[in-house]
Each structure stands twice: as C-alpha cells, then as structure tokens.
Ligand binder design. Structure first.
Ligand code: LMR
Length: 343
C-alpha cells in the first residue's frame, strides 16, 4: 500500500504498528471489536492546526487498525459547538473533542485559564515546557473529576486583535465590544483594555461581526482567515498578546471500554497527530497571514516594541484576576513552572 505524500514519513510507524499487531496472539485479535467508530467533534475549519491534526489522527488510526477502527471527524461545529461539545462528550454522544484551553473554566476547571494570561508566554517553547511538564499533567489529571480523560495538549499559536480600526494603543480599545471565548481571564483582559467583553461561540463570531453585534475579536490568524473574518474586519493588529492551545479529551467510560491494544493504538496515533499539529501550527498561521496580505481586504498592523509594552502594562492587573480565579496553589505552581522555563 503506498501511503499518500505527507504520510510517507509515518510508514515506519505504520509498519512497526502492523508488525506489533501481527505478534498479538490470534485470541487477542479475536477479542478485538470490529465495530468501533470514534466520533471526533471540533469547531474549527479543516485547514487549521486542529482540523489537520484531527484528519491526521483519522488516517493513522484507520491505517494501523486495518480499518477495524473507524474515525468520523465533524469539523466546523457541524455536530456540536462551544455550547454543547463538552456535555456531549460527558454524555457519550461523541468520543473525542479538542476544545480551546480557554473553555475549561466553565466546566469547573478554572485553572486551565492560566493559559489565557496575556503576555505570559514569550514563545511556543515556553508553552510546551508547561504542557509537557508536571503542571500540564496536573491540569489533565483534574479532568477525571468531570468523568473525562485528558489525552494531551497541542498548539494553535499566538492571538492577534481585529476590529474596524487599528488596535495599537490601549486607547484604541476603549468601548469596543470584543468577542471573547468563555474565559473570565480573557474577559478581564478586555476590560483592562477598556473594551467590553462579549462571550460568543466560535461558530457565531463571524455572523456577529458582520451584523455589528460585536466590533472586534481575537484569535490566531489561521482562525481569522478560515472563518473569513477578514471580509468583515478592516484591521488586523499583530499584537501576539496571548496564546491559544487545545487539550484533547475523551470520556472516561468510553476510554476504559476499549481493549488495551486498541487504547494503545489510538493513543499512539493521537500523540503523533498532536506532534504533527505542533510542527505545522506556525506554518498554518504564517500561510494564513500571507493569504490575508494577498487579498488586500484588511490592513495588517505590526506593533512596535513600545506599543506592545504599553499593552502589556495596561493588562498587568489581569494577573490578580487570574490568581483570584485559580487560587494560591495553582498560582504558585504556575510561578514555579515559569521560573523553571525561564532558566
Ligand atoms: C475560539 O473560540 O475562538 C477558539 O477556541 C476556536 C478554536 O477552537 O480554535
């Protein structure tokens, strides 16, 4: 079987997985179910880091299981969106979701909003030292209290600000109605800038911008571009002020119902897909920015260091909002982790 282009590098993994599966005793094969279809629901377009990771996961699982395990991906909130994807997962209506880390606060895990702190991370390497370290594992472990299993983190990238005016100085944000994810830390960020946060589902954002229900929003360029927000936003300001990442989550009952070899196969395919997403995330955002420049619909503003410093100073009080939100234990753990990452 010739693998299509980009998956060629997975050949060695695929052959190794087939070889190890072939070593399983016949009884093991006999006990493996042939009726598994994993339902993976997410809210973004396919041509985004998350969309491409989900599709890569599908290919790897179906190849390595010889088609015994199917994966059905539902992108663009086709099946479930911000309002109901977590509940659908907890009820077993879907098997995998990959929400933004900003969306865990509302299911009783406010500590995930530490990722929303503006200007916390200087680069993706600093983020990965959190997500791949003990603090990241402690965050994922907390999902057990919600009947969920956290399977791993991955990046989209850094968020930019958009509106129908340049957003370069704090005064530019005053009185703007800015769409935000359901995160109290992001809402505090917008209020610190003098804007008014409006929580809306991702799938409703483009429509709300077009109708003037909100004036602007924030997201990495890959989301801005693939949702065609450039058609209703005249200015994109490259503030790089915050991080957007994801956690892949499954339902505990479902995960434990899988035979051990199937769980191993699915998890291995997922980890490789998350690593793939981290490899392409920067490129996806760069390509989206390039495409945006070519359309000419939206003025793109690069902020000076002085302008970013002024924004950073204005949003500094959000640190207190985060500390109140997540409590002293998580705050200390974050400070310790950030000290180590800066070492
Ligand atoms: C948003 O709601 O803006 C993002 O979480 C969408 C996504 O999942 O990337």
């Amino acid at each position: 079987m010739t693998l299509p282009g980009p998956y060629a590098i997975q050949r060695r993994h695929w052959l190794a997985a087939c070889a190890s599966a072939a070593l399983l005793p016949a009884s093991a094969h006999a006990s493996l179910r042939t009726d598994i279809t994993l339902r993976f629901s997410h809210v973004v377009a396919e041509e985004t880091p998350k969309g491409l990771a989900a599709n890569r996961f599908k290919v790897l699982v179906e190849q390595r299981s010889g088609g015994r395990i199917g994966v059905q991906v539902y992108p663009n909130a086709q099946l479930y969106g911000d309002h109901d994807e977590m509940q659908a997962l907890q009820l077993g209506a879907v098997d995998l979701v990959a929400p933004s880390l900003s969306k865990f606060g509302r299911i009783g895990l406010p500590e995930f909003e530490l990722f929303d702190l503006p200007f916390l991370f200087d680069d993706l390497a600093a983020v990965r030292r959190i997500t791949l370290g003990p603090l990241g594992q402690k965050l994922l472990d907390g999902l057990q209290h919600q009947g969920l299993v956290g399977l791993g983190f991955f990046d989209n990238g850094f968020k930019q600000m958009s509106a129908n005016r340049p957003l370069l100085e704090p005064r530019d944000f005053v009185d703007l109605r800015m769409r935000v994810q359901a995160s109290k830390v992001i809402a505090a960020q917008m209020r610190a800038l003098g804007a008014r946060p409006v929580t809306l589902a991702f799938s409703e954002t483009r429509r709300a911008l077009a109708a003037g229900v909100v004036d602007g929003t924030e997201n990495p360029v890959s989301n801005f571009w693939t949702q065609a927000m450039h058609q209703v936003q005249s200015d994109l300001s490259l503030t790089e002020h915050g991080y957007l990442g994801y956690a892949v989550v499954t339902n505990q009952r479902f995960w434990q119902s899988l035979a051990r070899p199937d769980r191993a196969l699915i998890n291995q395919a997922l980890q490789e897909s998350l690593a793939f997403a981290n490899q392409i995330a920067d490129t996806q955002n760069d390509q989206a920015l390039q495409a945006l420049r070519l359309t000419g619909t939206t003025r793109i503003h690069v902020l000076s260091d002085t302008q970013r410093t002024r924004l950073r100073l204005v949003v500094k009080p959000v640190q207190q909002a985060l500390a109140q939100r997540i409590g002293p234990s998580w705050t200390r753990a974050l400070q310790e982790a950030m000290r180590q990452t800066s070492a």
